[in-house]
Design a protein around this ligand. Structure first.
Ligand SMILES: *Cc1c(COP(=O)(O)O)cnc(C)c1O
Length: 282
């Protein structure tokens, strides 16, 4: 297990964000993104470390606990409209009017390269790894990891894992082009959302470098969360548990050494407690 749950702010997102700020942040007046989750937390934290302002735009549908988690890291929250598109329009406005640098959550070369460092670390520690299981949403993580891993070890297999409900990259790869899917509630909430139309980088990366994609039911994801807790004493969010869940469900046949990217830990703790206590009763 590659435990990105141990990262400051609770997910791997700090890698792509830090890389972007170090490469392009020096001259920016501040930073801005439209995000509700782990990307927003990472950006707020990294901006604070740099001593620059950060604005995170969210729609009014975002629950209060997510808003306060990002605000606690020092970001200004702008509540705009009732969709991710409205939030993105406010980002574009702030870029023009304030000279803020937009930091995209996945479809950006600097972000993708940052996420790819996960693969370099895994192969440095364990060169014998021959299969990588990677959570997949917009594809910055899986695309970056797959490209980096195969540059070092061309024979490695890299498998993306998503939920069955509303997996935008899986549907896009199936269609041969980026498509819109309806977002549905899922335990793997960090894997929700579209891949962007147009998509500039991650669709091609995933098409080129991923060997396979596995889709999981909500029950399977829940089992992954519970297994991580009861067998490994790890608190893992749904998106972070999908690699473990894919193995548990028997949806990948492990050959040789398998590494699982456990991507994040930010789960509502009341929900976590409910899932793990129900699992033990089975
Ligand atoms: C963002 C995120 C992912 C998916 O990353 P993409 O680059 O959008 O594919 C997976 N797990 C967690 C915990 C995340 O926060």
């Amino acid at each position: 297990m590659k435990l990105e749950t141990r990262q400051t702010t609770g997910s791997f997102k700090l890698r792509g964000v830090s890389n972007t700020l170090l490469l392009s942040g020096q001259t920016a007046k501040g930073f801005v993104a439209a995000s509700t989750g782990n990307h927003a937390r990472a950006l707020a934290y990294a901006a604070q470390q740099m001593g620059k302002p950060c604005v995170v735009c969210m729609s009014k549908l975002v629950p209060e606990n997510k808003i306060s988690a990002v605000r606690a890291l020092g970001a200004d929250i702008k509540i705009v409209g009732s969709s991710q598109d409205d939030a993105q329009q406010e980002v574009d406005r702030l870029v023009l009017s304030e000279g803020f640098l937009p930091v995209p959550p996945f479809d950006d070369k600097r972000v993708i390269a940052g996420q790819g460092t996960i693969a370099l670390e895994i192969l440095e520690d364990r060169p014998e790894v021959d299969t990588l299981l990677v959570p997949l949403s917009g594809g910055g993580l899986a695309g970056g990891v797959a490209m980096a891993a195969k540059s070092v070890k061309p024979s490695i297999r890299v498998i993306g894992v998503s939920m069955e409900k509303g997996a935008a990259m899986a549907a896009s790869l199936q269609a041969g082009k980026p498509v819109v899917v309806t977002e549905e509630p899922t335990l793997a909430d960090s894997l929700g959302g579209g891949i962007g139309i147009p998509n500039h980088y991650t669709f091609n990366l995933c098409q080129t470098y991923l060997d396979d994609i596995i889709l999981l039911t909500e029950e399977e994801i829940s089992a992954g969360i519970s297994h991580a807790y009861w067998q490994e004493q790890k608190i893992v969010e749904g998106a972070g548990a999908v690699g473990i869940a894919a193995l548990l469900a028997g949806k990948v046949r492990p050959s040789g050494t398998v590494a699982v990217v456990v991507s994040g830990r930010n789960i509502d703790m009341a929900l976590h407690q409910k899932l793990v206590s129900e699992y033990q009763k089975i």
